[in-house]
Design a protein around this ligand. Structure first.
Ligand SMILES: O=C(O)CCC(=O)C(=O)O
Ligand SMILES: [Fe+2]
Length: 304
């Protein structure tokens, strides 16, 4: 992959050599073949489907978000809102509120195209989590390496995340990166994969204060904040793409992923949402009309 700017992830410079960095494999050509898709999902831990959605569907969802960002004064008024140019004095980040009461986002993430994809993949009726994660990432921001299991392990583990960019996300705007083969490292990552950030030890006063007193997490959720040393330790390449509107990337709960940092003044907009077989149990924190999320109702004490 051609790179001009250095590849930054959580302020660490990734090794751009072909042994350490590469492109996601496209499975767009296997869409009608669930057997092949499932085999690839097992092999790679992810499926990358470029050009899946109609571009206009994604761009109208983008407009719904950039209009909100413009209305709150987060965007540079010298540019059309759709360009998503951030004001230099405003930092953006995780913004679940941008997907709330937003029919244009719902149309993408819970519409017939994507639900149909998962139904075909799972071979039976599916359900999605009712919580929609949404990010508006401005310059200097990115996501450190983690697996999603630590946030959503109380139902089936045969759950898939779906990352969708709303607009072009070239390398310097900072899209998702996945660590090749990391879903096959469960034995090595065992202690980390057993984490549940909302579980805490009742017999450890400092943990009780952190989780119950302050409403925080018993564990930060990240596997590490250094994607470079992580790759050197567990191997594989960091894989990504020059994302276009219409693309999506779906992946397993145990696949290590992170993002590149945004090195531009253009906001990186993306959602991440979750899908599973309807017949399997769902993590109660994320389903229903007003899901508990990581809030007080989700905290569970145990004796350690
Ligand atoms: O978009 C990001 O920076 C992180 C997304 C993520 O962690 C996910 O899709 O599970
Ligand atoms: Fe994640």
């Amino acid at each position: 992959m051609v790179t001009s700017a250095p590849l930054l992830s959580y302020q660490h410079e990734l090794d751009p050599s072909p042994e350490a960095f590469g492109e996601l494999r496209s499975s767009a050509d296997c869409l009608g073949q669930p057997g092949v898709l499932n085999q690839r999902l097992d092999e790679d831990g992810y499926l990358f489907i470029p050009g899946f959605f109609h571009r206009d569907l994604i761009l109208s969802a983008r407009a719904s978000v950039t209009d909100r960002l413009a209305a709150e004064g987060a965007l540079d008024p010298a540019f059309p809102p759709l360009e998503g140019v951030c004001r230099a004095d405003k930092a953006l980040g995780f913004r679940g509120d941008l997907a709330k009461d937003n029919p244009a986002i719902d149309r993408v993430v819970y519409g017939p195209e994507l639900l149909g994809f998962y139904e075909n993949l799972f071979g039976e009726p599916v359900r999605h989590f009712d919580h929609t994660w949404f990010r508006a990432i401005s310059r200097g921001q990115g996501t450190p390496p983690h697996c999603d299991l630590v946030y959503m392990s109380r139902g089936t583990h045969q759950l898939l995340s779906c990352w969708i960019p709303y607009g072009e996300v070239p390398l310097e705007v900072g899209g998702l990166i996945v660590l090749e083969g990391s879903h096959l490292q469960a034995a090595r990552l065992k202690n980390y994969l057993e984490v549940d950030v909302d579980l805490y030890c009742e017999n450890r006063p400092r943990e009780v204060e952190k989780v119950i007193g302050k409403g925080g997490w018993s564990h930060p959720g990240w596997l590490t904040n250094n994607p470079v040393s992580l790759r050197e330790k567990i191997g594989g390449r960091w894989l990504t793409a020059q994302y276009q509107p219409g693309d999506f990337l779906t992946f397993k709960m145990t696949l290590v992923h992170a993002s590149l940092d945004n090195q531009t003044d253009r906001v990186r907009l993306s959602s991440d949402t979750r899908y599973q077989r309807a017949s399997q149990p769902a993590d109660a924190r994320w389903v229903g009309i007003n899901p508990a999320g990581h809030g007080p109702r989700a905290k569970q004490g145990m004796i350690c």
